[in-house]
Write a protein that binds this ligand. Structure first.
Ligand SMILES: Cc1ncc(COP(=O)(O)O)c(C=O)c1O
Length: 482
């Protein structure tokens, strides 16, 4: 193909730009918080940058993170009550995870195990099979929660075979932001109406097993077999910590067995001890056919995910030699990720962190309920293990509406935005609001959290809620206008 003038010119231009402007890791160490935010807003996302600034997070850079704490460049210590979206179950930079990774790197070990079966992958799969009940023992590694869920749905579709490709999901649910996972994420419906969705995904209410059976029966194909291949669901809906009654999942399991529908359970957030059991489905005394997991799986150091299934499902889906690589990915199981995950699971076990999650979670929920009795602005609290939430009335809404120049989208986040900023700047506590319910704080700290740290959070929240919340929220919103 002949090179065009402009193509050649572009190449020269790029090379010259690179020579004069490439920055180094040392430059990053010296970048001020303000300069960092400028580059973030220019190259990553202007409005996300603005929001991080409004919350106060962008005003000093963390230079260290250890266990439940972050340490900022200006010397401040921050208590992490978010667990960084539930990733840090064993705490930030757990020394055993660091050691495993350093040893791996220092010995110049092979990173990419595609041509040689990896003993480390073998051990990790063995360990996962020990953690999961029944014959859940065949594992596929990948890189994100969405990728794990998408792989799980493909596997169910292939297992069920031609003509059975409908997937049922629930109205309050989140399984990722790829096209396929958005198609089964009920909670994303309104924010993501711009994107095309997979056909054949059917929504039913969360917690309603009769609706599942009805959809299965309403969609009969050839020989009277249902066209539904899978039901994808979370054992505990993360946001709002919604826990269906135990009977629900017992019924779901029976229905899936009866009609040969693959039960996919998403443990991306709830897995690895978050809810006080190793996996949240254990609260319901059932087992899925495919389980996806990510977040805490990489020990807080590796971006890692996987799904696990039964041999019968794997063999029917991909058991033929011609189909052995039908579902694959370049990056699935780098050495350093694998050793991080092996170590993280052993840490959860050795340090009794799942038990600590159950114990501390119970205490935390009691203390949140006390807060609810003291402050009428608190409308709802719930929790299971160290997955907890607190929902507020949007007390500042009316006052903020009177301020000109504030975009509509910000009104929903006013009260929580003010509370989060106050907790961060005055009490040095990091906490998040989940994407689909801006009036809620989602609490998912490292499972190493102590009673004293919970008390510190409760006392700080109590003091913030004693303040005039409208003033707190208006202070936050003024940052938007400045
Ligand atoms: C329950 C659940 N499933 C799936 C995902 C998607 O994971 P990822 O962001 O790694 O794609 C998330 C992310 O928060 C999640 O909470």
């Amino acid at each position: 193909m002949p090179q065009t003038e402009s193509f050649t010119h572009e190449n020269h231009y790029t090379a010259a730009k690179v020579e004069s402007k490439l920055l180094t890791i040392d430059d990053a160490k010296k970048l001020t918080a303000k300069e960092t935010l400028q580059l973030y807003r220019k190259h990553i996302n202007p409005n996300l940058g603005k929001m991080l600034d409004m919350l106060g997070f962008a005003r000093s850079t963390p230079v260290r993170a250890k266990d439940t704490k972050l340490y900022l460049r200006d010397g401040t210590e921050i208590l992490d009550m978010s667990g960084h979206l539930g990733v840090m179950n064993v705490g930030h930079n757990h020394p055993r995870v660091l050691k495993a990774r350093q040893e791996w790197a220092n010995k110049e070990q092979l990173e990419f195990w595609k041509f040689h079966p990896s003993p480390y992958q073998a051990i990790l799969c063995h360990n996962l099979a020990q953690l999961f009940p029944e014959d859940l023992e065949v594992v596929f590694f990948c890189n994100s929660g969405a990728e794990a869920n998408e792989g799980a749905m493909k596997m169910a579709e292939k297992y069920a075979d031609v003509g059975r490709d409908l997937i049922v999901y629930t109205d309050i649910s989140f399984h990722g932001k790829t096209h396929a996972t958005l198609s089964v994420s009920g909670s994303e419906k309104f924010q993501n109406k711009h994107f095309k969705l997979l056909p054949g995904c059917i929504e039913i209410p969360y917690g309603d097993s009769d609706a599942l059976e009805k959809i299965i029966l309403d969609n009969k194909g050839i020989l009277g077999k249902t066209k539904v291949c899978a039901f994808i669901v979370e054992a505990v809906r993360t946001e709002g910590v919604v826990i269906p009654p135990r009977r629900y999942f017992e019924q779901v399991r029976k229905i899936c067995n009866k009609y040969d529908v693959v039960l996919i359970m998403d443990e991306v957030y709830s897995g690895f001890g978050r809810t006080g059991k190793m996996f949240a489905f254990e609260h319901h005394n059932i087992a899925p056919d495919i389980c996806s997991f990510s977040k805490a799986f990489g020990g807080g150091k590796a971006t890692f995910a996987a799904f696990i299934t039964r041999p019968q499902i794997f063999n029917k889906a991909y058991g033929k030699i011609s189909e052995a690589a039908l579902h694959s990915s370049t990056y699935n199981g780098y050495g350093e990720e694998i050793v991080s995950a092996i170590e993280a699971i052993n840490i959860l076990h050795d340090e009794g962190l799942v038990e600590n999650s159950a114990r501390m979670g119970k205490y935390f929920l009691e203390r949140l309920r006390e807060i609810q009795t003291r402050h009428s602005i608190v409308k709802y609290v719930n929790g299971i293990g160290l997955l907890l939430c607190i929902r507020f009335e949007n007390a500042a809404y009316k006052a903020a509406k009177l301020i000109p120049g504030v975009p509509e989208e910000l009104f929903a986040k006013l009260t929580t935005g003010g509370i989060i900023t106050e907790l961060y700047e005055k009490y040095r506590i990091l906490i998040q609001t989940p994407p689909h319910d801006a009036n809620q704080l989602l609490i998912s700290p490292p499972l190493t959290i102590s009673k004293e740290e919970i008390d510190h959070f409760i006392q700080a929240l109590d003091e913030v809620l004693k303040m005039n919340i409208v003033d707190v929220a208006l202070k936050y919103i003024k940052r938007y206008l400045s």
